[in-house]
Every structure is written in structure tokens, then in C-alpha cells.
Design a protein around this ligand. Structure first.
Ligand SMILES: [Zn+2]
Ligand SMILES: [Zn+2]
Length: 113
């Protein structure tokens, strides 16, 4: 996963940062951003005691455009397979990581040829 994330130094440093005090990145005030592979989205962590973050479109350090979130596509794709409530249902493994859209991308490529 680390080889395909947005690569400017500051973003990299942030995403690869580990903290001895906090194993949960939402608890660590030093962590500013996260990358959610499942949705292919970047976010600014909101340290309010929960697990929330605000999706960002541009890198806060270098200003580069970040990938568009695939959150909607994730829900739509699951829905098309009969999972209308993925939060409550046991979804296929590939949908818990970035695997699902990588596969889809491969499939699309093949279709174009
Ligand atoms: Zn910490
Ligand atoms: Zn950057």
C-alpha cells in the first residue's frame, strides 16, 4: 500500500509515523492525516475522541490533487452485489481493503482492449 500513496515528503512522514504512546492513530494528537485504503481517500483526523476525519481533496503540504474518494462507488458496488447495509453485513474481504477497486480497474482495462 505504501508504494501507491501520495508521495510528498511531509505526507509520507505523516502516514508512516508511529507513536509509542498511542497505538490508535485517532488518539494521537501528533497524527494529522490518514489514508483510508478501502475508499482510496485522505482525511484530516478530527481529534474529538471518536473515529472521525474530514476528507481532503488536496495535499495540505504540497497542494497536489489527491485521488477522488471512492466511498460512493464502494457503497454502489456493494449494493449491486446485494449488500445494501454493509455496516451490518459481512462483506467480502476485498471490500475491507483497496483490493476491490484494484480488481475493478484491472477488469476495466481488459474491457477496453
Ligand atoms: Zn501519540
Ligand atoms: Zn503532498
Amino acid at each position: 500500500m505504501t508504494n501507491r500513496i501520495h508521495g510528498c515528503n511531509e505526507m509520507k512522514r505523516q502516514l508512516e509515523m508511529t507513536c509509542d504512546l498511542h497505538s490508535d492513530l485517532f488518539e494521537c494528537a501528533d497524527r494529522l492525516v490518514l489514508y483510508n485504503a478501502r475508499f482510496d481517500e485522505y482525511g484530516i483526523i478530527i481529534h474529538d475522541g471518536g473515529n472521525s476525519y474530514s476528507v481532503i481533496q488536496f495535499c495540505p503540504w504540497c497542494g497536489k490533487k489527491l485521488p477522488n474518494s471512492k466511498r460512493d462507488l464502494w457503497f454502489d458496488t456493494l449494493k449491486a452485489s446485494g449488500y445494501d447495509n454493509p455496516a451490518k453485513q459481512k462483506i467480502p474481504m476485498e471490500f475491507t481493503t483497496d483490493e476491490w477497486y484494484r480488481r475493478q480497474r484491472k477488469r476495466n482495462k481488459r474491457a477496453r482492449w
